[in-house]
Design a protein around this ligand. Structure first.
Ligand SMILES: Cc1ncc(COP(=O)(O)O)c(C=O)c1O
Length: 401
């Protein structure tokens, strides 16, 4: 029977998932590599650095620690030690207090937590407001809940800060959830506390769960105004939940560790759902996360300096080509309108750039309908390779205006 088709159809919710835009991009890359071509991938937001030695040592210590067995099943709620470390980190970073017993939940990466939160709070047919462009995983998670997605635009003229006044009352009244992500993937946009205050008041008025994703909170480049937590806004506890990740701040993307904070009810509901799905984060990684949050935070400062430096190099290089890209205030991305010759067709643009140079960018339409006509560059290569990218792009003789 080998080579025959599998006879059992999958559930509609999986069958109906739209084709992943980036799958085509991955295929292009694989084919070029198989053909022996030089490829420089600036598409994926995957940190090229590694976690610092003190974090690796904490994992190693735990693996050999005979005082408890991290190799066996843990607890659904995660280690108290990690929840206490998260509480201390939040207190130090945002001056916000949490009860480690009931208001904090470790996650197998924030992607997992965001998807499971949607499962915990969205019924089929419920409306979720997902401003776009955005982190594409929000869409897949919402579709798996069979939720209706309302997708307001984040625009350059507002520095990609959502304009809540453009959301009609009937949408606001039926919506169950709003997702905000500042600092923002893919645009690098940031918001101020005044915007978060407005968002909390708006969500309170309309009884909407405000989901704040601060995966890039440690990658803001302004020393005057480090990115805020939604919980710095009084009254947020009754409507909000916040997701944090160690992937980008501490170069731990492959380790899979993040956490959610919020009032006891939302954390209990997320925990209840998760207890039916997983067994929390591996103990060794939880102890490494304790070290990441309570030990030296130098890696976060180093990453800010690194990404800001790469941003400057890349922006200068693009501008020298004649492509006038903006310089974002945060994150590890550059988000730019494609040159005029390609109109709104970001996919045609990245395909031609790739064919002529081997440099791979992310097509903006993969980040939602309002990403159309844009591309994202991830700052995940060192200076020498940025120089190489610029040489390859120059030699491509494309029209960058
Ligand atoms: C905005 C945003 N949120 C969440 C995540 C997921 O991060 P994690 O590695 O914690 O799952 C990412 C990853 O790229 C992201 O860009």
């Amino acid at each position: 029977m080998s080579g025959s088709e599998f006879l059992i159809p999958c559930a509609d919710r999986v069958a109906n998932l739209p084709a992943y835009v980036f799958a085509t991009v991955f295929r292009m890359k694989e084919e070029a590599l198989a053909a022996g071509r030089e490829v420089i991938d600036l598409g994926v937001g995957n940190p090229d650095g590694r976690a610092p030695d003190n974090i690796i040592a904490a994992l190693n210590r735990t693996l050999h620690d005979d005082s408890w067995n991290c190799h066996s099943y843990g607890t659904f709620k995660g280690l108290l030690q990690l929840r206490e470390a998260i509480a201390a980190w939040y207190q130090g970073r945002f001056n916000v207090s949490w009860d480690p017993e009931s208001e904090i939940l470790p996650l197998i990466g924030s992607k997992e937590g965001l998807a499971n939160l949607m499962r915990a709070y969205l019924n089929a047919g419920d409306t979720v407001i997902i401003p776009s462009p955005c982190y594409p995983a929000y869409f897949g998670a919402a579709r798996l809940c069979e939720a209706e997605i309302f997708e307001p635009a984040l625009t350059e003229d507002r520095d990609f800060v959502l304009d809540l006044d453009t959301i009609a009352d009937d949408v606001a009244d039926r919506a169950r959830m709003l997702i905000l992500n500042y600092p923002h993937n893919p645009t690098g946009g940031v918001c101020d506390l005044a915007f978060l205050e407005k968002a909390v008041a708006w969500c309170r008025d309309h009884r909407i769960l405000l989901v704040s994703d601060i995966a890039y909170s440690e990658l803001g480049f302004s020393s005057d105004a480090p990115p805020a937590s939604v919980f710095q806004v009084p009254g947020a506890r009754e409507v909000a939940v916040e997701f944090q990740s160690l992937s980008k701040s501490h170069n731990m993307a492959g380790w899979r560790v993040g956490f959610a904070v919020g009032g006891p009810e939302v954390i209990a509901n997320l925990g209840r759902l998760k207890s039916n799905v997983d067994f929390s984060v591996f103990g060794g990684i939880q102890m490494a996360a304790v070290e990441a949050l309570t030990g030296s935070q130098q890696i976060c400062a180093d990453n800010r300096t690194l990404y800001q430096h790469r941003r400057d190099l890349m922006v200068a290089g693009y501008r020298e080509l004649g492509w006038n890209v903006p310089s974002p205030p945060a994150t590890m991305y550059i988000w730019a309108r494609i040159p005029a010759a390609w109109g709104n067709d970001d996919f045609a643009f990245i395909t031609e750039v790739f064919e002529k140079s081997g440099v791979l960018l992310s097509p903006g339409s993969g980040f939602g309908v309002h990403g159309r006509g844009y591309v994202r560059t991830s700052l995940v290569i060192d200076d020498a390779r940025i120089g190489r990218v610029m040489d390859l792009l120059k030699d491509s003789n494309l029209d960058w205006d």
